[in-house]
Design a protein around this ligand. Sequence first.
Ligand SMILES: Cc1ncc(COP(=O)(O)O)c(C=O)c1O
Length: 398
Amino acid sequence: MLAVHDKRIADSISRLGAENAFQVLARAKEIEATGRRVVHMEIGEPDFDTPEHIKKAAIESLMGHDTHYTPSAGIMELRETVADYATRFRKMPEPYTAANVTVAPGAKPIIWNILSAILNPGDDFIYFDPAYPAYGSASTYLQANVIRIPLREKLNWRMDLDELASRVSSKTKAIVINSPHNPTGGVLLRSDLERIAELAQKHDFLVIADEIYSRNFYLDTEFVSIASLPGMKERTIIVDGFSKAYAMTGWRLGYAIMPEELCKVVTLFNNNTFSCVTSFVQKAGIAALTGPDAPVVEMNEMFRKRRDKIVSGLNAIPGLSCTTPEGAFYAFPNVQQYTHDDKALANFLLEQAGVACGGGSSFGPAGAGYLRFSYAASLDDIDYALAQIREMLPKFKA
Ligand SMILES: Cc1ncc(COP(=O)(O)O)c(C=O)c1O
């Protein structure tokens, strides 16, 4: 949070958070510019190129003069495609339609617009700690009563459901679940989702299901969306996008799926903020969802190999321990035998070892004493990073 003492700037700015990964990225680039090798494991973006058929669709659309404003909810063809895809992929008992879908320049701005659409000051709003920083930043800015429930390393980063049950009430407006999870790679089991669904129906709250990593999934079982459980379609807001599954972070394209009345309000926020998403990028989104799926599967296979390498490598370093991520592309090792000041350790590794990663506490207090490595780096880079960490860690002074 910024402490701002400049009368030109609004007081509310002191309630805004930030995504630390972008700050680490900026410093890592400065170091690289001096000619030193840096392995980039700080930011959550696949290092692969966007598949060819998606790029081609955008180029054709651009050359075909798709260069104007579009509706604030997105073009009808993309909304219909998203609704079809979501119905199939999530095995929805009742289909989604375009009226349930609103499109944004990334999942991040849609999270802001969803929270703006549903939260009154003082509303109880629950999310799990550690977490992707956008939930905390937007809800604090909106003056909700933010309740953070710690995730448990010993449960492979799932939540203690009895603890959740003890914290929800008729005052709970919404909770965010994020499975697979950033920053831990944890995945909620069907039984977890069933219990959350039961609580949501009992206490009448909304579930925001951030499923942006639903295609980055390594378990043998299938991905389960809480929206597909009985009684949940009408109280779930799915957040998803193209950044992670299709290596499209720079394109800025995401969406949310929710009951029609809510969708209209979130779209009103789209109208007031970004107006609409780049027209030819929306055409690329259609190509991503309707084109060959093989590139997504191949990228995921590579992520799985990298996961196995980094997790076994980290566990082989004395004093470190790392759970096995079941989804997303982050390893979240426990470094508490060295320090609880994870940000100082992350900074040391960047400056002294050329390994850029994130301090766990930048994802919330429960992340203190952990580091986040995004394994969107080549196997060679991961080997180099592990060797550097092993050599430099003993030199770190807490
Ligand atoms: C959990 C989660 N949700 C949403 C996003 C936002 O993704 P984008 O805005 O690139 O679609 C991210 C990005 O890191 C994320 O980790």
